[in-house]
Design a protein around this ligand. Structure first.
Ligand code: HEC
Length: 146
């Protein structure tokens, strides 16, 4: 009996532990870094297909995915998430409008790429991929530690 009570108590504490972890929400820094890593992989794929003059139609999905991510980048840097294992610069919080502008530039370029990919327009895809790379770089120069 005592054993059983102890077991219930342990399970109860375990559930409480999970509830507490949920209340804290997801680890936003790890979440955004993972998303950036996945974007990086998608973008590497886009560049490889462009370079090898492969079938650009398959780039519609990764283009859309990056555009979607770009539309939420500004929300991935809530107040307080400047502390911890992050390379985010304080300028993100002191200049939110500039940060959003850079995210918007990536979103626009990615949507252009997705549309051009859907249309099978290889040249337009290559041009949009170049704009995307510039958008990544511009934001990193201003808002990410080296
Ligand atoms: C609007 C700004 C912005 C844009 C646009 C942007 N990034 Fe970033 N990126 C950041 C910031 C800020 C960090 C640092 C995040 C952190 O450490 O919390 C980052 C981090 C990264 C990282 C490192 C993630 C890690 O594991 O630490 C990679 C890789 C990356 N970005 C790739 C890209 C690529 C590829 C693009 C374009 C397709 C891009 N980023 C566009 C702001 C941006």
């Amino acid at each position: 009996m005592a054993k059983r009570i102890a077991l219930f108590a342990a399970v109860g504490l375990g559930v409480l532990g999970i509830a507490a972890a949920r209340a804290d929400g997801p680890d936003i820094i790890t979440l955004r870094q993972t998303a950036f890593d996945l974007n990086n992989a998608s973008f590497a794929y886009i560049r490889a297909v462009v370079k090898e003059k492969g079938d650009v139609k398959q780039l519609e999905a990764p283009g859309k995915a990056i555009a979607r991510w770009a539309s939420v980048i500004p929300t991935m840097f809530p107040a307080g998430s400047d502390k911890g294992k992050t390379k985010a610069k304080s300028e993100i919080w002191s200049d939110p409008a500039g940060f959003k502008k850079d995210a918007d530039a990536l979103q626009a370029a990615s949507m252009k790429l997705a549309d051009a990919a859907k249309a099978g327009d290889t040249e337009a895809v290559a041009a949009a991929a170049k704009s995307m790379g510039e958008a990544c770089g511009a934001c990193h120069r201003a808002y990410r530690e080296r």
